[in-house]
Write a protein of this length. Structure first.
Length: 465
């Protein structure tokens, strides 16, 4: 199949007509409300009942649609696998999503994050609506419609419950069940468009290294009038260390060797980024940013998609109540991370960070958190062509082939263990608020996603791919 070919007309796909898809809206809304009600915060070690309940619900949902479904236990949270088999199928496609979510304890939430609300315009608000329960359920409804068309294709759903913590047990699961999970390709629906009306199909993802910097200089709060000037202040020292690690105003990282393995962009890649349709103003508004380091789209896309970063996520320590309490705290912690790009490796970067900290602040402990490798791959030409046709069918626009600044550890793990092409059909918009308070999804993106995914699967069932 040529990347630009579209051998089927709209008349051939009446089962994907907008009116047919719209009739599924009550089912989608009911499913999504049930899924959101499970507070599947994978970071919470006490979330076992919620995780187990979510996994059982997901398996039952898949079985009700005709899949062979199973819950696989891991050393952490479970994985749910559901397979729709067709007796004449010669190919299998795997659809990957995750059902775990970020914490939702921000004070900015306007409603209970684990009780979905439906707002005017078909907006669904709640934790996990866009990341990634909504896209997962849209995919399942696409397969419901596809079954009626009797197309010869095996379709496997893999729903993970540890993506938000870096998928620490997913690769072991893949390795253990590699033969059962063999597939011709994988489609991931966990990425974000450039803006409303401008689809994006990433070919790369940044990796990530999470770190905690800890310093203890006492055993209890001390009166700053009695010890100030003599006592070390761990909060101040961590702030100084961070300022030595990177220049906060520009983002420049000062760790020796940090950039040594960064794969440079060529002129063609830079032009692809610019041609993607990225708009600085829409980006700023969608993410609620009041100011930026740069407003140049060329510079912005390169910073977002092809350069590593250092970010400070939180400082913990000292007095956090109202007013001022004049103490010197005994301990402090900085939560930081680095987004990595091809060909950086988290283990190598961690070693260089440790050496930098040991030289400048030898009693600061460096505790590593999650490590995710970056991903970069040239998409299979025929699959990319099918994806382009599918996005045009579902949303009326071709996708931009870009990279994404976020990280999905499971993608690199599937690349290693399954050894097949991996493509991305994301359904989320910047304004949906990944990881943010008041996260939302909407019916326009869900219904377009059902149509787009259905069209993509039609292409995979054909003889030419």
């Amino acid at each position: 199949m040529s990347p630009h070919a579209d051998p089927l007309t709209t008349d051939d796909l009446d089962w994907l007509a907008p009116a047919v898809v719209d009739a599924l809206r009550p089912t989608f809304e009911a499913w999504l409300a049930e899924a959101v009600a499970f507070p599947t915060v994978s970071l919470d070690a006490s979330a076992g009942p919620e995780m187990e309940g979510m996994a059982r619900w997901a398996a039952e949902r898949l079985r009700a649609e005709g899949a062979e479904a199973e819950v696989f236990e891991t050393a952490g949270w479970p994985v749910v696998v559901g397979t729709f088999r067709h007796p004449r199928a010669t190919r299998t496609v795997t659809l990957y999503h995750h059902l775990d979510v970020q914490p939702a304890n921000e004070p900015e939430w306007r409603s209970d994050p684990f009780r979905m609300t439906i707002e005017p315009g078909g907006v669904y608000r709640g934790r996990g609506t866009t990341d990634d329960k909504g896209p997962a359920l849209a995919a399942l409804l696409a397969v419901r419609l596809l079954k009626a068309a009797d197309l010869p294709l095996n379709i496997r759903f893999v729903w993970e419950l540890e993506e938000e913590i870096g998928s620490p047990n997913f690769e072991a699961f893949l390795a253990e069940h590699r033969e059962r999970l063999a597939t011709d390709s994988v489609l991931v629906s966990d990425t974000v468009w450039l803006s409303a009306g401008k689809p994006a199909a990433p070919v790369g993802l940044r990796g990530m290294l999470g770190v905690r910097l800890l310093l203890e200089t006492g055993t209890r709060d001390a009166h700053s009038g009695l010890v100030g000037g003599v006592a070390r202040n761990p909060l101040g020292e961590l702030c100084q260390l961070i300022s030595e690690i990177y220049e906060a105003r520009t983002g420049q990282i000062r760790i020796p060797g940090f950039h040594d393995e960064v794969r440079p962009l060529d002129d063609e890649q830079r032009e692809q980024f610019v041609a993607s349709g990225f708009d600085a103003g829409r980006f700023q508004a969608a993410h609620g940013l009041t100011c930026l380091r740069t407003h140049d789209p060329r510079e912005m896309t390169e910073r977002l998609w092809a350069r590593p970063t250092f970010e400070v996520h939180g400082l913990v320590g000292g007095y956090m109540g109202p007013g001022l309490k004049a103490i010197v705290p005994p301990r402090a912690e900085a939560k930081v991370s680095m987004r990595l790009v091809p060909d950086q490796h988290p283990e190598t970067i961690l070693e260089r960070l440790r050496a930098f900290v040991a030289e400048r602040a030898p009693d600061v402990r460096v505790e590593a958190g999650g490590m995710l490798e970056p991903f970069l791959d040239e998409p299979n030409e025929e699959l990319a062509g099918a994806l382009r046709v599918a996005m045009r069918f579902g949303f009326g626009a071709d996708p931009a082939w870009v990279r994404e600044g976020a990280s999905i550890g499971a993608v690199v793990q599937m690349q290693r263990q399954l050894g097949c092409p991996i493509l991305f059909l994301g359904l989320s918009l910047p304004e949906h608020g990944y990881h943010a308070p008041n996260e939302c999804f909407d019916w326009h993106m869900a219904s377009g996603g059902i149509r787009a995914l259905g069209r993509y699967l039609v292409a995979l069932a054909g003889p030419e791919i």
